[in-house]
Design a protein around this ligand. Structure first.
Ligand code: IMP
Ligand code: MG
Length: 189
């Protein structure tokens, strides 16, 4: 990428770049089924799932359907958080763009996000849900990146770990593109 601060992510929109596939669609769906079982076995009651938009929308959709197959019947809501990420660089500030609608007080809540990197987004979401009076808060991410955390947080459930590379696909974007890819990969050219 020539200019990583360009609003197009330095990617020519007219050309489909090459990707290295890190986690294939088949690997992801097999792992999600295992995760659903782990979550079902964790004994959460009257579960409320809160998915963090936008990046987790594909993961959350597949995980929720896998949870259905193991008899978990949650209520589902969404929160849209912004980490003021310009392309691949995170600013460190998190803010709420759209809040949850449902009452959180007294509920067991499972927060779903796409990636745990610095940890600021997930820590912010967890604090928010605790502050709304949840009785139990668990977190689930598709990918935990092997980087030092700025916030002291670990995910209770995670599908995969990956090295410190910028990934796209399966809901995750680079400058709003590549969310539709059925795999997680990285742009190689
Ligand atoms: P954190 O707050 O630094 O943990 O970053 C988490 C958020 O940044 C995630 O919810 C993602 O939306 C985004 N993010 C972090 N790394 C990547 C990446 O490699 N590709 C796409 N989005 C990412
Ligand atoms: Mg995100």
């Amino acid at each position: 990428m020539d200019d990583p601060t360009a609003t197009d992510g330095g990617i020519d929109p007219a050309r489909l770049p090459e990707f290295e596939v890190l986690f294939s669609g088949a690997e992801i769906s097999a792992r999600i089924q295992e995760l659903a079982r782990e979550i079902a076995d964790s004994g959460m009651q009257r579960l409320l799932v809160v998915a963090i938009l936008k990046g987790s929308f594909v993961f959350a959709a597949d995980l929720l359907r896998a949870l259905h197959t193991v008899d978990v019947r949650p209520e589902v809501d969404f929160v849209t958080l912004s980490s003021y990420r310009k392309n691949q660089i995170s600013s460190g500030q998190v803010s709420i763009l759209r809040d949850v609608d449902l009452e959180v007080e007294g509920r067991d809540v499972l927060i779903i996000d796409d990636i745990l990197e610095s940890g600021r987004t997930l820590a912010f979401a967890k604090d928010l849900i605790w502050a709304r009076g949840a009785s139990r808060v668990s977190t689930c991410v598709l990918i935990e990146k092997a980087v030092p955390r700025a916030a002291d947080i670990a995910a209770d459930f995670k599908a995969f770990r990956c090295e410190d590379v910028f990934v796209v696909g399966y809901g995750m974007d680079l400058a709003y593109r590549f969310r539709e890819l059925p795999f997680v990969g990285r742009v190689i050219s």
